[in-house]
Design a protein around this ligand. Structure first.
Ligand code: SF4
Length: 404
């Protein structure tokens, strides 16, 4: 019995979802990949990938997120963060896009590419734990709680019977499902990335008195406090697992920013003591973190920036300088290799890789390409027209922001 078949059989016996196995239609976890994925021990995987890639030529465009494994990123035609890659896919025009990243990124690529473009995710189990923390039914319920408290959007809530006293503008991080992006578009809000979150939040406050920030509480808080100068007390956390989010109507009305209780399972693990420890270990080290880290960590860091900003900062850094980087380990390892003239270390040596990003491995990549060579499109990610329309509305509002 192959490893994949064995895991599948085990998944059928247990009500719990093994990583990468089984289906959960309410989450970003996918279903079992149909077919036989090569064994990881196959010594010909690299040659098989090269051969399939060559056979497909311009019919396929391979995108690799910065957090992907080295063995996969080596085959990427373009590298980048989620939004850069989706735009690359839209501009390229290849009939097939193999997206080496996670599910929400492939959804965004499908939204931004023509209907004739097939977007393929090599392993459907490559979801995102942060995106999974905001399900559409939970967000709709939260919106009702806001409406009950006298908040809400000017269009939806301000009907003749229920005028909203406070206009709430949803602001949604790119790391979210297409359904949440569509919710944002329907309710007058916009999408943001870690690069333009501050600009987007200023825009939101020009259109309302309150922001509902989804789904990453840390990026929302860090943006509100560090970039917009709000107080920590201006933010409240809405917990979708508690009645009314665990907040009273008064707390909801008083908040300037309502933060969704979601976080990144990688960036959320960095702690202030990790900053203290690396400063003890490497005197003079520069601490550079992604804005998905906790606010206490951000306050102790020297620099903060998106994935692209982190890469640019290391490129521009002077030889001989030392950097402790608080972001995903695959990227930090690659930066260390690419900058041997600088000391580049991981902020917390105990943190592992992003487990779902790592689902995309060489066996799944080879399988997806070889199926394409055989004329079979596997693991195609599609977003329905209605959802795609409203998600586009929210994405276009982001594109209209200054500097986007
Ligand atoms: S690094 Fe965090 S935000 Fe990115 S895919 Fe992994 S869990 Fe999601």
């Amino acid at each position: 019995m192959s490893q994949a078949v064995g895991l599948r059989a085990a998944a059928e016996r247990t009500p719990l979802l093994l990583l990468g196995q089984g289906a959960d239609p309410d989450a970003e976890r996918g279903t079992i990949c149909p077919g036989t994925v090569p064994e990881p021990s196959d010594p010909t995987l690299v040659q098989r990938a090269q051969a399939a890639r060559a056979a497909l030529g311009d019919d396929v465009f391979v995108l690799g997120h910065h957090y992907q494994r080295d063995e996969v990123i080596a085959f990427a035609d373009a590298r980048g963060d989620s939004y850069k890659l989706a735009r690359e896919a839209a501009a390229n025009g290849a009939p097939y896009v193999v997206f080496c990243g996670v599910h929400f990124m492939a959804e965004t690529a499908d939204i931004l590419t023509p209907p004739t473009t097939g977007v393929i995710l090599p392993d459907l189990a490559a979801g995102c734990s942060m995106a999974d923390m905001a399900e559409i039914s939970q967000v709709e319920a939260a919106w009702e709680d806001l409406r009950a408290a006298g908040c809400g959007d000017a269009h939806g809530a301000a009907d003749a019977t229920f005028p909203a006293a406070i206009t709430t503008v949803p602001l949604t991080y790119m790391n979210s499902t297409a359904a949440i992006k569509a919710f944002t578009g329907r309710h007058g809000g916009a999408i943001c990335t870690s690069s333009n979150a501050a600009t987007a939040m200023r825009w939101a406050f020009e259109h309302g008195q309150q922001v509902l920030f989804l789904p990453d509480q840390h990026l929302g808080r860090n943006t509100a406090v560090r970039d917009l100068g709000l107080e920590l007390d201006d933010c409240v956390v809405y917990d979708p697992h508690l009645p009314a989010g665990g907040l009273s109507p008064h707390q909801l009305r008083a908040a300037k920013v309502v933060l969704w209780k979601g976080h990144c399972s990688v960036h959320g693990t960095f702690l202030p003591e990790h900053v203290d420890e690396v400063r003890r270990r490497i005197p003079g080290v520069n601490v550079l973190v992604h804005p998905e880290v906790r606010h206490e960590v951000l306050c102790k860091a020297d620099y903060v920036g998106s994935t692209e900003r982190i890469i640019a900062t290391l490129e521009q850094a002077a030889p001989g300088t030392a950097w402790a980087v608080g972001t995903e380990l695959n990227l930090v390892g690659r930066l260390a290799q690419e900058h041997p003239d600088k000391t580049v270390v991981f902020l917390n040596e105990k943190v592992c890789f992003c487990a779902t990003m790592n689902r995309i491995d060489l066996p799944h990549f080879v399988w997806a390409l070889e199926e394409l060579v055989a004329g079979r499109v596997v693991n195609r990610i599609t977003v329905d027209d209605e959802t795609a329309h409203w998600a586009q509305v929210a994405l276009k509002r982001m594109l209209a922001l200054p500097g986007s």
